[in-house]
Design a protein around this ligand. Structure first.
Ligand code: NDP
Length: 445
């Protein structure tokens, strides 16, 4: 890392102790930015990096609710409004027991650059709670969401901060959150949340957008080497919103997706995963992946194992941060991996990324590859602002154009900085320069 940037990075780490994921995200971005500061000394003079690493606002709040047995439960809620240089804070809410400030800050920090890359007018933010939705009834989920919004509502708004979903927050949760916002404010403010239902202000393609976009970005990477998804053997981690839609899109392009996972284990279906059955089990029944193996013949279910033990030519990590480590990466590379597209945020460890880059394979980092979700959220905001709703075909076409544009931006930036094919550098530099220019133009705030 450039010595000037390393000194700033060390200060950031010291100011934010114990936030390992945030440290990792900051370090990864800083490693790309040395050459940018050679060309743009004004960024150092304006202390852009120091300002970028300090969120504009951090909100931590108590979320009290009662479970079905009438017991009082207390969770911790977060919203980190990281950077508004390009537009209102925008980023999802995560409900998972592992959530703490370090995770929310890593996600919010990444979101700044991702949102800049989309070319849409959105700043970066993220939030969530250490609430575990698994095994909770609909009524418990609703009471939790209502309590969460009872505090959050005062901090968000169409022109301020626009949350959406992430792990543990899908259409059901956005519905309860929106309902409570409307009830408290007495305003039908569609643009305050994205990921809404189609009949009440949502956008077609939003549910599919992150997974579809990841595959579109990866296809663009493959094209640069005269390849495509057609005939690839694909492994996907996770079986949530991003994973299932990535599987569907990859299969529509001719890939055979043989494996996916949840936090209990993984399944291998050599004939190619049956997306309709996956959707039935995960989205309709809210069941576990092992049910898939019970209902379909010739499927292996491996309890507790890592899906990255399954060989693939293309890997799409779509579950969670740091799920793909260096050893797994090295094994995949030895066994024929040619491309990785990150549907999740920071799923590959720094060691794994180094393995992929040393091997010279195509590696699409999450902040570029999974930006289709937030980009389509911005399209939802556009539709809300004009009280319009677009067709599936038109919205999907917009998503495709955006993903192709992000790929091109990463590719040309990497070329411009003498690192052809390095999408990590391309994404970090292109996103950063856009935000840094806007911050300097807006003065010291
Ligand atoms: P979902 O909650 O729909 O699905 C998450 C999936 O990942 C589930 O299969 C879950 O398994 C698995 N998972 C979660 N945590 C772990 C863990 N600690 N270990 C192993 N498996 C785990 O979330 P999404 O699909 O929305 O999000 C997946 C990833 O994509 C996240 O990194 C998110 O930040 C990122 N992302 C999401 C976007 C979106 O639009 N939703 C946009 C951009 C990025 P289980 O059910 O067993 O918990």
């Amino acid at each position: 890392m450039d010595a000037r940037l390393e000194a700033i990075r060390n200060t950031v780490l010291a100011r934010n102790p114990g936030e390992d994921e945030f440290h990792q995200a900051v370090t990864e971005v800083f490693e790309s930015l040395g050459p940018v500061h050679d060309r743009h000394p004004e960024f150092l003079e304006g202390a852009v990096l120091e300002r970028l690493c300090e969120p504009e606002r951090q909100i931590i709040f108590r979320v009290p609710w009662t479970d079905d047995a009438g017991r009082v439960q207390i969770n911790r809620g977060f919203r980190v409004e990281f950077n508004s240089a390009l537009g209102p804070y925008k980023g999802g809410l995560r409900f998972h027991p592992s959530v703490y400030l370090g995770i929310v800050k890593f996600l919010g920090f990444e979101q700044i650059f991702k949102n800049a890359l989309t070319g849409m007018p959105i700043g970066g933010g993220k939030g969530g709670a250490d609430f575990d939705p698994r095994g909770r009834s609909d009524a418990e989920i609703m009471r939790f969401c209502q309590s969460f919004m009872t505090e959050l509502y005062r901090h968000i708004g169409e022109y301020t901060d626009v949350p959406a979903g992430d792990i543990g927050v899908g259409g059901r949760e956005i519905g309860y959150l929106f309902g409570q916002y409307k009830r408290i404010t007495n305003r039908y403010e569609s643009g305050v949340l994205t990921g809404k239902g189609i009949s009440w202000g949502g956008s077609l393609v939003r549910p599919e957008a992150t997974g579809y976009g990841t595959v579109i970005f990866t296809e663009e990477m493959l094209k640069t080497r005269g390849q495509s998804f057609d005939g690839q053997r694909v492994v996907v981690s996770g079986s949530g919103n991003v994973a299932i839609n990535a599987i569907a899109k990859a299969q529509s392009l001719g890939a055979v997706v043989v494996a996916c996972s949840d936090s209990s284990g993984y399944i291998v279906d050599e004939a190619g995963l049956n997306v309709a059955l996956l959707r039935q089990i995960k989205e309709v029944e809210r069941g576990r992946l092992k049910d898939y193996a019970v209902r379909r013949s010739a499927v292996a279910y491996v309890e507790g194992g890592s899906v990255w033990d399954v060989d693939a030519t293309v890997a799409l990590p779509c579950a969670t941060q740091n799920e793909l480590g260096g050893e797994a990466a090295a094994r995949l590379v030895r066994n024929g991996l040619i491309a990785v597209g990150e549907g999740a945020n920071m799923p590959s460890t720094r060691h794994a990324i180094a393995v992929f880059q040393d091997a010279g394979l195509l590696f699409g980092p999450g902040k570029a590859a999974n930006a289709g979700g937030v980009a389509t959220s911005a399209l939802e905001m556009q539709q809300n602002a004009t009280r319009d709703s677009w067709s599936f075909e038109y919205t999907e076409q917009r998503l495709t154009e955006i993903m192709v544009g992000i790929h091109r931006r990463c590719e040309t930036t990497a070329d411009e900085y003498g690192a052809p094919g390095n999408y990590v550098l391309g994404a970090n530099v292109a996103g950063f320069v856009k935000v840094a220019d806007a911050m300097l133009a807006q003065g010291l705030i």
